[in-house]
Every structure is written in C-alpha cells, then in structure tokens.
Ligand binder design. Structure first.
Ligand code: PLP
Length: 398
C-alpha cells in the first residue's frame, strides 16, 4: 500500500466519542431515542442567538451575492478583522489590530495552524498539554511535527500542577496549550494558576533565550457560570496565541468559524503572524467561510442562553453527588468529569451502557479512571436519566 499510513490509521480508527455517538444512533433506532441517555458529544444544545439567523437573512437579502460568497483575503475580511480587534480591545484592554487577527475554520483549524507556525521541522520540538486535555491535541501536534508531553494536574481540582509543569519543560519545549474552561473537566483555571503558569514560562523562556509559546484554546470562553472570570492570557504573557471559536459561544459548530489572535507584544510578532499566514496557506485554511465571517462580524456581542447549560449542570451535579458519584463542580463549558465507580473507566462505560447511559471514558484525555458527561442536551433528557444514574450507582453497592 503506497499511501500515508499515519493518515490511514487516523481515518480508520474513529475517536471514542464518535464511536459512542454512532452506537447511540443504532441503539436509538432499536429502543427509541427517548430511552437512550446519550451524553457523548459536545454539540451545543441551545440554538444560535436570533441575531445570527437575522443577520444571515439580511446579508443574503441585501448584499451583492457574488462578493458575499466570494473569496475574502487569505487572512480574512479586513472589516471583520477590524471588528474583532475592536472587540478584543474593549473587552480585554489589549492593544490589538486587524493585522494580528487571522480568520479560521474554528478552533481545530486555529490550533493546527498555530502549531504548524511555531514547531520547526525535524527539531524535536515538544508541546506540553495539561491533562485532562482535548484528545485531538495529539493529532494536531503530531501532524505539525511536534511531540506531545502530558503534564498531570493537581489531584481533585484539576488545576495545572505548576511544579509538574516545571519538571516537564526542557530545551525542546516549544509551546504549551491551555484550554480553559476545560474540555473535559469543565474547570476554569484560576487567576492564581494563570499567573504561576506565566511566571514559569517567562523564567524558562529567559533561561533558554527564546520564547515558549502559550497557545490558548478558547472555544468555551463565554460558557461560564456564577461570577467566574476567565483570565485573558495575553494580559499575563506576551507570547500568547489565542485560538477562538464561535462553535460553542454562538452555537455554530457546523459553520466552521473562528479566529487566531496573535498578541501584539509578542517577540517577533510580525514574523509569527506571517508564519500563521504561511501555515494557514500550507494547510489549505485560507479564507475562512465568507458568509459566516460577515455574520459573526455583526454578532460579536450576541450571546447564547448560557443559563440553560447552568441549569443542566446544577441538576446533574447535585443529583450525581447525592447518589455518591465524585466530580469537581464545573465552572464552565458543558462537561461533567466524573470518577468512574471502578478503576477501569472503560469497564464502567460498558456497565453504564447496560443502563442506556452513554458517557465517554477519559483515558485518551490523559486521566484514567474518569468519564465525561456532556450535558449539552435537553433538560428533560437529564431529568429522565437520573433514575438510571441512581440504579447504576446502586449496582456498585453505593
Ligand atoms: N478545542 C476544544 C477544547 C474543543 O472541545 C473543541 C471542540 O469540541 C475544539 C477545540 C474544536 O472546536 P471547533 O469546532 O471550533 O473546531
């Protein structure tokens, strides 16, 4: 067989989330969708804000169709980038310009581009990820030619363990990826954690005489509950690249729209931005979807109904902890990270399946013995699943 075996392997083996999602469809056809409690996939369950649909309609009705659907500049529409820069400036006080923004197809493309932009060919460059981490990081890092290094978290809180991080940084460390609010734990890294992280990165960058890049993966930035604030990492560390996405913040995952923001104070910032443009070009990610660039340019202040997710979180967290499950209370995103009721999370997942509950075993996320519950579903599904979660706990004698 004369083709790329690594790519074949990636295509041939679906992610466990996709496997479970496919099983869910089959099982739903067998016993009815209302009897299957599928908490596998992070697909937003609240609709996009009305402004989004109104803007789509109005752009189609009023704009010239050829230019509306035509190519934009490779790095994105200049006016849209200007609006995003204005929004970042006013929300976070960062003095950023349109020439620091690169429009992309969601956070997945942003991450792939940023990694390709900073990792040097055949260099042994390493990228540190903080467990638990989004499984696709491994795919993106390795595809960019980097090596994945996993930093273990603080037990129970799942904050970054700064001393573990420090031990793992070495001459080869090119970047770290931070994802807060976190998939799969729902944890928001505190300002204290962020400051400590940035202090280590600054010190180590000085020691090695070159920057260690901080890649902030931020699809869940707007999905936070209570009064929790999510520190904007450019305000703490100059060598930051933000990968933002509207997939969750505006419930638009299928529209593939997001952007990269390069910190204006970055060392060699102009060159890094050009490397981002080059990586976008080499990966074929030029000119993000044109219609949706223009839509989000009009909807930067729109909001989805985060309250619906908070309500789901509260119902599920309160019930599960009452039944004896252990989990950290998530401050953001729409995931609950629950300790399996036996050591092997995969066996626990199989057992939960007998109760028609579909959760994701998290070994591939870098933490064993846990499962992820995506509570971005109808509230009724959560309420109806509770007796099954209770019965599942009781089956373990809890
Ligand atoms: N990063 C994390 C942590 C995610 O959970 C996801 C999607 O679920 C992505 C990146 C990719 O998001 P996008 O749809 O913007 O490509």
């Amino acid at each position: 067989m004369s083709f790329n075996k690594k790519m074949f392997a990636l295509g041939n083996k679906r992610s466990i989330i996709r496997e479970i999602f496919e099983y869910s469809k089959i099982r739903s056809a067998e016993i009815g969708a209302d009897k299957v409690f599928d908490f596998s996939i992070g697909n937003p369950s609240v609709p996009a804000p009305a402004e989004v649909n109104d803007t789509v309609k109005s752009l189609i009705d009023t704009e010239n169709s050829v230019s509306l659907h035509g190519y934009t500049s490779a790095q994105g529409d200049a006016l849209v980038r200007a609006k995003i820069a204005d929004s970042i400036r006013s929300r976070f006080g960062v003095d950023i310009t349109p020439n620091h923004i690169y429009m992309t197809c969601g956070a997945a493309a942003s991450l792939s581009i940023c990694l390709r932009a900073v990792i040097e060919d055949n260099s042994g460059d390493e990228v540190i990820v903080f467990a638990p981490f989004f499984t696709e990081y491994r795919v993106f890092i390795e595809n960019a030619g980097g090596k994945v290094v996993v930093s273990t978290p603080v037990e129970k809180t799942f904050q970054i363990d700064i001393s573990d991080l420090e031990e793992r940084i070495c001459e080869n460390t090119k970047a770290v990826i931070v994802n807060s609010p976190n998939n799969p734990s729902g944890v928001v890294y505190s300002e204290e954690t962020v400051k400590a992280l940035c202090e280590v990165l600054k010190r180590k960058s000085e020691e090695y005489g070159r920057p260690i890049y901080l890649i902030a993966d931020e699809p869940y930035r707007e999905l936070v509950y209570s009064q929790v604030s999510v520190p904007y990492l450019m305000n703490y560390y100059d060598n930051t690249l933000v990968c933002y996405s509207f997939s969750k913040s505006l419930s638009l995952p299928g529209e593939r729209i997001g952007y990269i923001a390069v910190c204006p104070n970055m060392t060699d910032g102009k060159e890094i931005y050009l490397a981002v443009c080059g990586a976008g070009r080499s990966l074929g990610y030029v000119c993000a979807p044109s219609l949706f660039q223009k839509v989000i340019g009009e909807c930067l202040d729109a909001k989805v109904n985060v309250e619906a997710y908070r309500e789901n979180r509260d119902i599920l967290y309160n019930a599960l902890t009452d039944y004896g499950y252990e989990c950290v209370k998530p401050d953001g995103a729409f995931y609950l990270f629950v300790k399996a009721l036996e050591d092997d999370a995969y066996k626990f997942y199989e057992k939960a399946k007998e109760y028609e509950i579909l959760v994701v075993p998290c070994d591939d996320f870098g933490v064993s013995g846990y499962v992820r519950i995506a509570y971005c579903t109808d509230k009724s599904k959560i309420v109806n699943s509770l007796p099954s979660f209770k019965a599942l706990a009781e089956s373990y004698g809890i």
